[in-house]
Design a protein. Structure first.
Length: 82
């Protein structure tokens, strides 16, 4: 989700390479996020090869922003404990 925060769409292979994970690991996570309604997956043939593009849904973007805001609040509170 963090990779998609600043872009409209990401090609599967690019995401795999940036995250440095296997196809199967990324596929599993994408499937879970898609089932939750956080991502949309688009498949198309380019130069005779099947490609997959990933995009965040409005619901996914909202959930990610809420998650980041919650982490920031927790980090701020933890910083005040020291």
């Amino acid at each position: 989700m963090a990779l998609l925060a600043e872009m409209t769409e990401l090609e599967f292979a690019t995401g795999r390479d940036v995250l440095d994970v296997s196809d199967s690991v990324l596929s599993k996570h994408l499937s879970q996020l898609s089932e939750a309604g956080y991502l949309e997956l688009r498949k198309a043939t380019v130069n005779g090869r099947q490609r997959t593009w990933i995009s965040a849904t409005g619901r996914g973007t909202k959930a990610f922003r809420l998650h980041v805001a919650t982490l920031q609040r927790l980090a701020t509170k933890a910083g005040h404990l020291n």
